[in-house]
Design a protein around this ligand. Structure first.
Ligand code: NI
Length: 214
């Protein structure tokens, strides 16, 4: 979740089924917007509950917002890759991600996406993705203050490709995500952080429930 002075955005909520997040109380999570990158269960498990309790607007590709409308969530905003939306907290752009996107019940979830949010700070939330040359466009179009990149390997980029991505998007402050939750994506975070440091970049590996100011 990212809090700005003009609003709060929650990305890909996967909390109650997450074995590492047992201490997080989801009843107090009240964002203004919920942004979903793709249809996998480990990215949207708590989206319906949090959308209902908060009235937050759910923003995702058309296939995903339609699926949530079928679950009784009416405050949705459908988009697709390349599109922008202007929110009170700033501008949000959907960008390419290279992954898959089937909903938990087998419904096609459209194409996976990432988001670039231009608020008081400008940041890229990559979602689940492989390294792709398209990321260079993000570095050319935006002056990023920080970026959330997957580092867990196996299903997404590993640390080496995430570092290459950080160079392509011209961003020095990276928050790692999508690692250690399951055996398939366990990595050596200290080794990954050292690898970034050698190239003059910072890889932040937050603890569950931790808050940082950027
Ligand atoms: Ni995924």
């Amino acid at each position: 979740m990212v809090e700005t002075n003009t609003g709060t955005v929650l990305f890909d909520p996967f909390i109650t089924p997450n074995p590492l997040a047992v201490d997080i109380d989801i009843t107090i999570i009240k964002p203004d917007h919920i942004l979903i990158t793709h249809g996998h269960g480990d990215h949207l498990a708590d989206a319906q509950t949090i959308a209902k309790q908060s009235g937050a607007q759910l923003i995702a590709n058309y296939e995903i917002t339609t699926w949530f409308e079928g679950k009784g969530i009416s405050n949705v905003h459908p988009m697709n890759i390349g599109g922008n939306i202007k929110l009170p907290l700033g501008k949000v752009k959907l960008v390419q991600a290279v992954h898959s996107s089937t909903m938990p019940d087998g419904t096609p979830g459209g194409n996976p996406v990432g988001f670039v949010v231009a608020s008081e700070r400008t940041f890229y939330y990559a979602g689940d993705t492989a390294l792709t040359l398209d990321m260079q466009l993000i570095g050319e179009q935006f002056d990023l203050d920080f970026a959330f990149l997957p580092i867990g390997d196996n299903f997404t980029m590993g640390p080496e490709d995430a570092l290459r991505c950080a160079e392509m998007i011209n961003c020095n402050k990276i928050i790692g995500m999508h690692y250690d939750t399951f055996p398939y994506i366990k990595i050596d975070t200290l080794a990954a952080q050292r690898m970034f440091e050698v190239r003059g970049k910072e890889l932040i590996c937050m603890k569950i429930g931790e808050s940082i100011t950027l």
